[in-house]
Design a binder for this molecule. Structure first.
Ligand code: HEC
Length: 420
């Protein structure tokens, strides 16, 4: 019965890891709060750039793996969910999560026993023999209890699910949408075509800690080959065997290769940072009706530090706002650099007070700046992001002649002025 995943043993972090994700909020989510845009979650075009990886992390954060088997790991207390996305719409999934007792899977009922001695026992029947039922109140085998058949006075099916409520209350709206997206996408994975993915358990971690990298093939053919330095994987690159830990910032690229054919390259970035030193300061301005017109003396509505350029954990499901990131970009080697952005709605990047990308009118465009020569050392960087209506998204990459294209590693951003 115990199908729990046993991954590699985690190295002991030297520094206590703290959450770099959005600060944990607590919301008692109800269906009506999450209806907005729900149907877009299952759109194959993924118009909102839902984050499959964050969805998988939410599957873990929400304890779903404890009870549900998914792709390659998980428990058997509840039904396997690998193919759930085929029979459940985004809305059905949300109902199953927010209101588990609304429609109980008949193969996974909870049972109530009234015993002859007056006691009651409730839980899922995990196994039985001629004499007894083994009943578990939760996924934890330690809660297993023997119910002797000859001591039962009455047995009935419970009208509630043994799946707890409130599992997504520590997630924000975007994270819940990503969770649904993940479950739906997994079901649609085509076994006949070369198809794979990479998961990381922490996109950002404190130096001294590490992130677990796990690669999964959805295909029956080929092998996964990967690199950690941002270069394109080939047959000569390392072959993936088992989950492994990375301890430094890395740009993970992987693809399934089968003879001469291969899947598309999957790119994941992890950032190893020292929180006291790295990152960019950000300021959030709300109710901005015109882009890039915030007065320099205007008071921000919120401030913080970002270790990765990303806007959804700062402001999500808001409109008419601007975020300014400011600090220093460490350049290790003098070279010509190109910056690439993908944004909704608009972004401008300044380096040493010079505008290097002006994507203020080309929503969703992939922009590359004219090449900028940067000398080794720290350079002032300012990124201004504007969101007008509906959804918000920002991704920035850079590339040099001797540096393959990647997100800027979190430890290349510094908040303090360079020493003179
Ligand atoms: C303590 C164990 C437990 C945890 C944790 C748990 N579930 Fe469940 N879940 C169950 C059980 C048992 C059922 C079957 C009974 C039912 O339909 O409510 C179920 C049913 C479901 C179903 C309906 C599937 C079907 O085939 O009927 C979905 C979808 C689901 N869970 C999603 C999730 C997600 C997503 C999470 C994490 C946020 C989660 N569950 C966490 C125990 C759990």
């Amino acid at each position: 019965m115990k199908a729990n995943y046993e991954g590699p043993v985690k190295p002991q972090p030297k520094v206590v890891q703290s959450a770099f994700e959005a600060p944990t909020t607590f919301t008692q989510w109800k269906m009506e709060d999450l209806q907005y845009g729900l149907e877009l979650v299952s759109s194959p075009r993924n118009p909102l750039q839902r984050d499959f990886n964050r969805g998988q992390r939410m599957f873990s954060k929400g304890q779903c793996y404890n009870c549900h088997y998914m792709i390659n790991k998980g428990g058997g207390f509840g039904p396997e969910l690998t193919l759930a996305g085929n029979s459940f719409s985004a809305e059905d999934l949300l109902i199953a999560i927010l209101e588990p007792s609304n429609d109980i899977n008949s193969r996974f009922p909870s049972t109530l026993f009234e015993m002859k001695d007056g006691n009651t026992v409730a839980g899922r029947i995990i196994s039985e023999d001629g004499e007894r039922y083994v009943v578990q109140a939760s996924y934890d085998p330690a809660t297993a209890q023997d119910v002797m058949k000859n001591s039962i006075k009455k047995r009935q099916e419970a009208d509630y699910s043994s799946m707890p409520i409130g599992l997504v209350n520590t997630m924000n709206r975007e994270e819940i949408m990503d969770l649904l997206y993940f479950i739906i996408q997994v079901a649609g994975m085509d076994k006949d075509s070369l198809n794979m993915t990479v998961f990381e358990d922490k996109p950002i971690f404190e130096k001294g800690d590490s992130s677990l990298i796990e690669m999964i093939s959805f295909s029956n053919r080929g092998n996964i080959h990967y690199t950690l330095d941002g270069t394109e994987p080939t047959l000569k690159s390392a072959r993936y065997q088992a989950p492994f830990f990375v301890k430094t910032s890395a740009s993970v690229r992987a693809k399934l290769i089968d003879g001469k054919t291969s899947s598309k390259t999957i790119v994941r970035q992890v950032h190893s940072v020292n929180r006291a030193e790295h990152g960019l300061d950000w300021k959030l301005y709300r109710n901005v009706s015109e882009p890039f017109k915030v007065a320099s003396n205007q008071q921000p509505d919120a401030t913080g530090v970002a270790y990765q350029i990303e806007v959804r954990s700062i402001a999500e499901a808001e409109n008419n706002f601007e975020i300014h990131f400011e600090g220093y970009l460490q350049i290790d080697e003098t070279d010509d650099y190109k910056f690439y952005t993908k944004q909704d709605d608009a972004v401008k990047i300044y380096i040493d007070n010079k505008l290097v990308i002006d994507a203020s009118s080309r929503r969703w465009a992939n922009d590359s700046a004219t090449t900028t020569r940067l000398t080794a050392g720290k350079h002032r960087i300012k990124i201004e992001f504007y969101d007008n209506l509906s959804f918000e998204y920002l991704d920035i990459e850079y590339e040099g002649n001797r540096l393959s294209r990647r997100q800027i590693p979190g430890d290349q951003f510094h908040r303090s002025k360079p020493a003179l």
